[in-house]
Design a protein around this ligand. Structure first.
Ligand code: PMP
Length: 406
């Protein structure tokens, strides 16, 4: 039987068994509606408030500041962006975001453009860092919102959020940060970093899928997108996803206790994997920045081959990886992130994304390092993209690595 090694944690994570255990009574036995007056309902209410407290602690939100539960990061991003836009349209109609945001930020912004808002998409450099000078230049009295992701899951780059926050808070604009990819891997402190609105998601913390939250600093004014019975202080009506929220809260508690140790372990595995791929394989490169990157992210690219064929070959060897964001995987086109960091179409096509997780071991990383050089070599021999002079070298030097171009 082929062994299975899961290295696609950016696309989805297994639910931690301790989280499942915490959720089970709420899914099975205590089916109270948190809005009911009877004691079963009140128990459900308490469980939700406990989850809110645990999540607040994880991101160092002050007691009383709002954590609103949603169906996930996509809804939280929509709630923040459209919520600020609709509520503050009389004050201004300009939004700034970056060109490497997730589609759940880019598409609400594009939608708002059809409603009369002006949106600036800031460029990023070759590593994916937002250009801070452009941010300063683009902010005007009309700007009501700046939305920048904490870290990009496809290339791993972590933004200088504190510096961004200082720039934005020199104006009246709100700062929204999509921390979906970063939360659970690096410390986030909404107080110290002066973040107004923060998107987080449960599954990225090994909690259940389909639940997320939006943190909103006390005093933030958002227009609700979902109207109904007035749950979540009127910001997001609808009966709460009780067991999901309890699981999210438990996952947040585990992050607070275990993240620093686990992230350190992952950083070592990540660096071993990156070095083990780039060193022996010629014409291989790192996507994103070498130091300011997510602890679990090894995003690389190989010239002359297609990421899709690499994925299939790896799958036959029992390894699950990705060519980029799972959300755009169906298109086969390289993602907008690759274009934004300046990669040509053919360069972007050879991208491969490994995202490590809790259960991955050094032995698994060693296995990937061991099988990759031959997979790449074989695909290059078959690839029409491999230059003919190099193809000869590939065949001649079949026992040894090619020299990297200088
Ligand atoms: N933002 C970022 C940065 C993401 O990586 C993702 C995907 N995990 C999302 C938003 C959307 O998450 P979901 O599909 O769970 O709503």
């Amino acid at each position: 039987m082929v062994r299975r090694i899961y290295l696609d944690h950016a696309a989805g994570r297994p639910v931690d068994t301790r989280v499942l255990k915490a959720m089970t009574p709420y899914a099975k036995l205590r089916l109270g509606n948190p809005s009911s007056v009877h004691s079963t309902g009140q128990e459900a209410r308490q469980a939700i408030e406990q989850a809110r407290t645990r999540i607040s602690k994880m991101i160092n939100a002050k007691e009383g500041e709002l954590i609103t539960f949603t169906s996930g990061a996509t809804e939280s991003n929509n709630m923040a962006i459209k919520g600020v836009a609709y509520r503050h349209k009389n004050r201004g109609a300009h939004i700034i975001t970056s060109s490497i945001e997730h589609m759940s930020v880019l598409n609400p912004c594009k939608f708002l453009m059809t409603k009369g808002f002006k949106v600036t998409f800031l460029p990023v450099d070759q590593y994916g860092f937002v250009n801070l000078e452009s941010l300063k230049r683009e902010l005007t009295n009309d700007t009501i919102l700046v939305s920048i992701m904490y870290a990009n899951g496809e290339i791993g780059t972590i933004q200088p959020i504190k510096e961004i926050s200082q720039i934005v808070h020199g104006t009246d604009a709100y700062l929204h940060v999509d921390a979906t990819a970063a939360n659970g891997q690096i410390p986030i402190d909404v107080g110290k970093e002066n973040i107004d609105l923060l998107t987080i998601s449960s599954n990225d913390l090994y909690g259940p899928q389909g639940v997320g939250a939006l943190y909103a600093r006390r005093g933030s004014r958002l227009e609700p997108l979902v109207h109904g019975g007035g749950q979540e202080r009127g910001l997001r009506s609808g009966t709460e996803n009780l067991s999901g929220i309890v699981g999210f809260g438990k996952a947040a508690e585990l992050v607070s206790e275990e993240m620093s140790t686990e992230s350190e372990r992952l950083r070592k595995l990540r660096d071993k994997l990156i070095e083990g791929l780039l060193h022996p394989i010629p014409y291989s490169f790192l996507n994103g920045h070498s130091a300011n990157r997510l602890p679990n992210n090894a995003a690389v690219r190989f010239s002359f081959i297609e990421g899709e064929s690499l994925l299939l070959d790896l799958d036959m060897h029992g390894v699950a990886a990705s060519s980029g964001s799972a959300c755009t995987a169906k298109t086969l086109e390289p993602s907008h992130v690759m274009g934004a960091i300046g990669l040509k179409h053919e360069e972007a096509h050879g991208s491969l994304l490994f995202t490590l997780g809790k259960r991955n071991t050094e032995e698994e990383v060693n296995y990937v390092i061991q099988i990759m050089p031959n997979i790449v070599k074989r695909l290059r021999e078959m690839s029409p993209l491999t230059p003919s002079e190099l193809r000869k070298t590939v065949q001649r030097e079949s026992d040894g690595p090619l020299q990297k171009p200088t």
